[in-house]
Design a protein around this ligand. Structure first.
Ligand SMILES: Nc1ncnc2c1ncn2[C@@H]1O[C@H](COP(=O)(O)OP(=O)(O)OP(=O)(O)O)[C@@H](O)[C@H]1O
Ligand SMILES: [Mg+2]
Length: 114
């Protein structure tokens, strides 16, 4: 099993959810987050004064999935979230050791499939 963490622009959330539903993803977690990449946020001018915005709003989506599913999910998120502009986001993939569906006690692959 793998655990996918994707951070992207909030304006892309609806499209990402549509894409993941089409792919048959049966569960995910969405969190509103703030962060910075290599530009370290940006400087914005408001009424003539420069304000430094160190942390920009992003959306984080977390998905536990089977090893076989990771490539298509990562590709789909990457293509859907891409605007070609800075700040489009990042996708991280880690190994997932265990999963439990609390209601039934099912574990691992049984816990993350429909
Ligand atoms: N190394 C990192 N570790 C954890 N989170 C990160 C990392 N890099 C970026 N992020 C998260 O992803 C968000 C978007 O990053 P961003 O797309 O600006 O990355 P970047 O490396 O600066 O690429 P780009 O040059 O395309 O902007 C950040 O606001 C932050 O939440
Ligand atoms: Mg950046």
């Amino acid at each position: 099993m793998k655990f996918i963490t994707a951070v992207f622009k909030p304006s892309k959330l609806d499209a990402i959810l549509d894409t993941l539903t089409e792919l048959g993803v049966t569960g995910l977690t969405v969190t509103e987050v703030r962060g910075y990449g290599r530009q370290q946020g940006k400087t914005e001018v408001y009424r003539g004064t420069e304000y430094e915005v160190r942390l920009l709003p992003k959306v984080k989506v977390e998905i536990a999935c089977a090893d076989e599913a990771v490539d298509k999910i990562v590709t789909a998120i990457s293509e859907t979230a891409n605007t070609g502009k800075i700040g489009d986001g990042k996708i991280f993939v880690t190994s997932l050791e265990a999963a439990v569906r609390i209601r039934t006690g099912e574990r691992d692959s049984q816990a993350i499939e429909a």
